[in-house]
Ligand binder design. Structure first.
Ligand SMILES: [Zn+2]
Length: 443
């Protein structure tokens, strides 16, 4: 990278070059883009202008990057309340793509892209796949769902932009996925981690050992997963499993991704400005402390998002990464405040349950949390699949194993909950995002 110090960011040509941009240049670029996007949103988005006026702020008040903290947050309900097109900053003639995500309740949220926005999205996905060690010559099976969900097309454009060979599989049809993976000599796969687990398992039933296939990398996202899950996936398939982060409200997949070090996710900071806040007060957290991730799109024209509250809990990693990228990193997101549930007054995240279970030898990473209410009291039962060896053990041994899992859960959660061991394959497999919680408390 010698001699690039003097260059302006726009003179970098190779797609991954912005990953190595010197920090002062990056800050200049971010400030320039932030000022421009705040002005665009102020001039074109009614809701944003009203909120700035209430605070007596004008776009020119943004003089330094830190001034972003004076801007109002955007939350998911803002997208619902302005359904479908209320947050667009462009006339429909300039919009080339719409995506939508179905919420669990009420109206979906709609997101829009101009031609330039699609190019930026492709660019960050190219950099994502490159940071996972992929390039031309790779055969990438894209098992993210195609359609209104951003996962499929996001990964597709990125893989094509990278110059790799893309197989647009979409989700589902598991046996055919495995046949294609073997016959087309697939070297990398994009999917949710839980769907890939399902593929590993089904392949083994079909007598195919993933270790023998050419597949060597998985780019997994769209649901929170833990390091224990990563270790399980890697041990049972022989691939390297990378964590990809994104959300439709910001761009889709491609906001941040792990590099070869698999030690935190680099933000594509030239396009997305990350902050970590205290979810209770909204105040900026000291660097390195855990809080809620807030993102601002720095270049999105169709639908700029200013200080969008993701509900994802993470922290910045303050040390530089040994891969040489200058982009800031965050710890992997294994918790979403949306997934949290409260049981007997204790806050519980599914990821805590996952890591407690997978610490015990003999468990399989298929589990479900069942919440019920009996006589006004909340009850939690964790159903977990165990290996056939454990399951065929004597009753006494099973009870002992159950108690071991209950202890492990109690250490992590601080409460004692019920555990039920179930046979392999008894928990329903998902072809997209795994359903971890069944809440029957208000049924
Ligand atoms: Zn790195």
């Amino acid at each position: 990278m010698k001699g690039k110090q003097e260059a302006d960011a726009s003179t970098f040509h190779s797609a991954s070059a912005p990953d190595y941009i010197p920090a002062p240049l990056l800050r200049d670029l971010q400030l320039k883009r932030l000022r421009s996007i705040v002005r665009l949103a102020y001039e074109r988005v009614e809701l944003f202008r009203q909120r700035l006026e209430e605070r007596r702020i004008v776009p020119d008040d943004i003089r330094r990057l830190e001034d972003i903290a004076s801007l109002p947050f955007t939350v998911k309900t803002d997208l619902r309340d302005t359904y479908p097109f209320g947050l667009f900053a462009c006339p429909l003639e300039e919009i080339v793509r719409l995506h939508a995500s179905s919420g669990t309740t009420g109206k979906p949220i709609v997101v829009a892209y101009t031609k330039e926005d699609v190019d930026v999205w492709t660019n960050v996905m190219v950099r994502t796949l490159a940071s996972c060690g992929l390039g031309p010559g790779d055969v990438i099976q894209n098992s993210y769902g195609y359609g209104l969900f951003t996962g499929g097309l996001g990964a597709h454009y990125g893989a094509e932009g990278l110059g790799a060979t893309v197989i647009p599989m979409s989700g589902g049809n598991t046996d055919r996925q495995i046949m294609v993976m073997r016959d087309f000599r697939v070297t990398a796969i994009c999917s949710t981690p839980s769907y890939f687990l399902h593929l590993i398992e089904r392949a083994s039933e079909l007598g195919i050992d993933m270790h023998e296939l050419p597949v060597r990398a998985g780019v997994f996202g769209a649901e929170p997963w833990t390091d224990s899950m990563r270790r399980h996936i890697e041990a049972h398939s022989g691939i390297k499993a990378y964590d990809l982060y994104g959300l439709s409200e910001i761009v889709g997949p491609g906001v941040a991704c792990e590099c070869c070090r698999q030690d935190g996710l680099h933000f594509f900071e030239d396009h997305f400005y990350p902050e970590i806040i205290d979810p209770a007060t909204g105040a900026t957290m000291p660097d390195g402390e855990e809080g809620e991730l807030v993102l601002t799109t720095l270049s999105k024209r169709a639908m700029p998002m200013i200080r969008y509250r993701t509900r994802d809990i993470t922290a910045f990693i303050t040390s530089p990464c040994s891969c040489g990228r200058t982009l800031r990193r965050m710890r992997r997101v294994s918790r979403r405040s949306d997934d949290m549930f409260i049981i007997r007054g204790i806050n519980v995240f599914p990821s805590q349950v996952e890591s407690a279970l997978l610490q015990v030898e003999g468990t399989l990473p298929h589990y479900q949390i069942i919440l019920t209410r009996e006589k006004g009291l909340d009850e939690m039962e964790v159903q977990i699949e165990v290996t056939p060896e454990i399951f065929s053990d004597k009753i006494g041994a099973l009870e002992q194993f159950e108690a071991q899992l209950m202890d492990s859960l109690e250490r992590v959660l601080g409460i004692r909950v019920a555990v039920r061991l179930v046979e392999p394959h008894s928990i329903q497999r998902s072809e997209g995002k795994a359903k971890r919680i069944i809440d029957k408390r208000n049924a």
